[in-house]
Design a protein around this ligand. Structure first.
Ligand code: UD1
Length: 346
């Protein structure tokens, strides 16, 4: 019997790519998603790639009674990967209570359920946002946690603390927090990818939507930073590479290879790339000129951050393998594919 893994937020961007990798490794996947920021069609994409349609339950895990009923139905779940959360930095500053309520309650409900139903392992979607603007680059897992720069970032810090304390208090429970840098790209099949609702906040969907003509112009948020070309630097990681790290984290716990009951790993490439370099990559792989202009800084942006992924490389035996151009091309193919399916979109 294949091990059954619960993936919350499994129709979302990283969740759907992880569901694919899990299925391809022989796991049985069950997804919970409330479809607040994703589409049911994603299940078709997962099925097209893997030949398997994962079990799916549509509800909000903030609903404790519904979650309880779910655990009564699926009694053989071996581990949980928890993606479901609100993730827009800007929105979190407008609606902090929504962010705290949703991101904290969902994790606490899940942990309650896991304890009650004896599910021992959880992988948590964390973020490099917990480091703020680090003093030393590249940033290792030992870097001090700075005060969060947004309510969203704060929820990630608090969720890590909730995990740490809960695992400490319960011997039967183990957790791995994966701190992602900037996930980008799409599955090479172009069957699944990032699907921002409305005008994208993130750089790569904005670039590809501008490239395809949906947006007139990309605003580059500042070129007066203390970086070689003046634009912000980030560590952009391929979403399939990222998804694979989740499978490794699950296997690590199932095979009792963890060194501690609570482990943290940075997931990045170890390379810093500027906004202008991202535009150049897009122009190389698409053969199109991108219309962009330099505008003012975006409030709350960190100047530069990139990962030291050595710990994940050594301990998980995982490395981000895809090149930037390969990843950018996958994002571009996905954009073109999606445009063909939905020419009416705005
Ligand atoms: C941030 C958070 C990350 C979080 C993500 C979710 C940090 C360091 N990172 O990523 O944890 O998961 O939001 O949304 O806090 N840019 C433009 N024009 C645009 C869009 C972006 O120039 O239209 C620039 C930004 O100024 C930034 C870079 O592109 O320098 C990447 O931005 P974005 O994709 O939004 O991600 P982060 O803000 O780095």
């Amino acid at each position: 019997m294949a091990d059954r893994i619960l993936v919350t937020g499994g129709t979302g961007y990283i969740g759907s790519h992880t569901a694919v990798e899990l299925i391809q490794k022989g796991f049985e996947v069950v997804i919970i998603d409330n479809l607040s920021n994703s589409y049911i069609d994603t299940l078709d994409g997962i099925e097209a790639i893997t030949g398997v349609r994962p079990a799916f339950a549509q509800f909000d895990i903030c609903d404790r009674a519904r979650l309880q009923a779910f655990f009564e139905q699926y009694t053989d779940i071996r581990a949980v990967i928890h993606f479901a959360a609100c993730k827009a930095v800007g929105e979190s500053t407008q609606k902090p209570l929504m962010y705290y309520r949703n991101n904290l309650n969902s994790l606490m409900n899940l942990l309650d359920g896991m304890l009650q139903y004896h599910i021992p392992y959880i992988v948590f979607s964390s973020s490099c946002t917990v480091y703020g603007q680090p003093d030393v680059l590249p940033v290792t897992e030992q870097a001090p946690i700075k005060p969060a720069t947004s309510p969203y970032g704060n929820t990630k810090q608090i969720c890590e603390a909730i995990l740490r304390d809960t695992v400490k208090a319960n011997e039967g429970l183990a957790a791995i927090a994966l701190r992602y840098f900037n996930p980008i790209g799409a599955h090479p099949s172009a069957c699944i990818g990032e699907l921002p609702i409305g005008v994208p906040n993130n750089l790569v969907p904005f670039i590809t939507q501008t490239g395809i003509g949906l947006r007139p112009c990309l605003n580059v948020f500042g070129n007066d930073y203390n970086t070689p070309d003046g634009t912000n630097i980030r560590d952009y990681i391929n979403v399939v590479d990222l998804a694979k790290a989740h499978v490794i984290a699950i296997e690590r716990m199932l095979r009792h290879k963890s060194k501690a009951n609570f482990e943290i790993f940075n997931l990045g490439t170890g390379r810093g790339v500027s906004v202008l370099e991202m535009i150049q990559s897009f122009e190389r792989v698409s053969g199109r000129k991108l219309n962009y202009k330099i505008t003012g800084r975006r409030p709350g942006d960190t100047e530069q951050v990139w990962a030291d992924p050595t710990y994940a490389n050594q301990e998980l035996g995982w490395t981000a393998e895809s090149s930037l151009d390969e990843t950018m091309l996958s994002a571009w193919k996905w954009e073109q594919h999606y445009q063909q399916l939905h020419p009416e979109r705005k």
